[in-house]
Each structure stands twice: as C-alpha cells, then as structure tokens.
Design a protein around this ligand. Sequence first.
Ligand code: ZN
Length: 272
Amino acid sequence: MPHELTLTDAELMRYSRQILLPSWDLDAQLRLKSSQVVILGAGGLGCPVSETLARAGVGHIHLIDDDLIEASNLQRQTLFTHEDIGKNKAKTACEALHSINPHVSLSYADQRLTMDNAAKLLLVEHMDTQQSEAPFLLLDCTDNFAAREILNQMSVRYRLPLLSASAIAMTGQLALYEPAKRSGCYHCVFGDSVATESGEDAADTRNCSNSGVLASTTTVMGNLQANAALQFLGLAHNPLAGELLIWDGGRMSQHKLRYRQDKQCPVCAAGV
Ligand SMILES: [Zn+2]
C-alpha cells in the first residue's frame, strides 16, 4: 500500500457498507483515502460525480470552475440551491461537499482554465508523476471544448489518467484515457472537429445551454463517471480500457465502442 494511512472509527462506520462488498475491502478504502482527483467543471456532471466521490471517501477533491450559479442551472446541478444563485460554483460546491463529508479534504479554483495557468490550476505544477504512488485522476466535467482540449494536452504531457464525460439532451459518453499506456487520448477519438471554436461545425459545438439537457442525463453520466473513478482509484482497475461508453437515455440502453491510438494524433502520437 502506498501509504501509512489508517481509517478512524468514524470513517470505518461511514464507509462500512462499501467495505462490506466482496469486490471492495479495507485496502481499497485506504487506497481511495490516499487518492486525489482534480475535477474541471462544477456543473451538471461535476456536482454528481464530486458528491459521490466525496461520499465514497476519496481523500482529496479539487474543483475548478469560474462560473456563477444561475437559476437555469438548478434543474440539474445537484449541489446548489435557490439561495446560491450568483455565487461561484467551485466554492459553493466545496462548501456543500464539506457538509456532506467532513473527512474529505477539499480545495477549489474559481478561474477559467487556460494553457498558461493549466499546470497550476490542475495541481500538477510540482508533481513528480514518476515518484508519486498515490492514485491521481483528472476528471473532465466541462462542456467547453477549448478547456477540454487543454485538459487532454495536460493529461498527455504529464501522463496522467483522464476520465472524460459528456452529457447532452438524453445521451452521454464516457472514456478513461491512460496516456502512459499509449492507448489513445481524447483527441484520438474525437479529432479536430471538437476543437473548432469558430462554430464552423455546429453539430460539434452543442452544449447544454444551446441544445438542452434532461435533468437526469447529467446525474446518470456523473455517476457512471464516479463508478469508473472509484474502480480506478480504489482497485487500480480501468473498466473502460480502450472503450468509449455511449449511454442513450431515450432507449435506456448503453453500448461501448473500441478505439485505438491515432498514430497521426498531434497530441499523443508525436514525441511522447
Ligand atoms: Zn491522441
């Protein structure tokens, strides 16, 4: 085990139903306690995934979001209430998570992610990824394609796993990229079409604010994301290795598509 951590009596009590699972044990719970996640976006996906990870006992959760809470967010952004309108999302989410589970360490940044501030905001600035044994995971919960591309580039540069979710209307997608395994990145799967900010490809720049989303879609996808994150952090298992999960809420069905590294990928194929 990568730590000398123990669980207090209060933590053993809190996580007892999880530790009881045949597929989960004390070591998995301790591994989870030693874990750190960085979540980009404290909105429709960021709220449910951070809530489930906080309840489950992830050691440290860092949230990044510069947005303010609006009335139209409350239909799906489950950590916020009517009284929170006008407040920063990352800070408000941290406060809500602390009241849900005070055993979890929390931090936030209320800034927009750019290439210049990415290493600092994502907490990887001084990280020695070769040395660190503690489980670490980047979570993509943004609907901003430019930010998503930056997050993917940082994931590849620092060889950090990236769990990327998206939700729109009644559908969602989920993938867990592991750059160290050279098995493909977000850009390999979605290519240049998603990087277009000019609106040339309107179909690929859809988001919740211009296309709509059912309240349950983000909650389902956020918890599918949490499901993958808990297995990856607690059990060191990627349940989506090389696969993109696609959830169809209208049909109540899901399926997975295989993907491979694009040998021409400008992000992960050259010089990595
Ligand atoms: Zn790639």
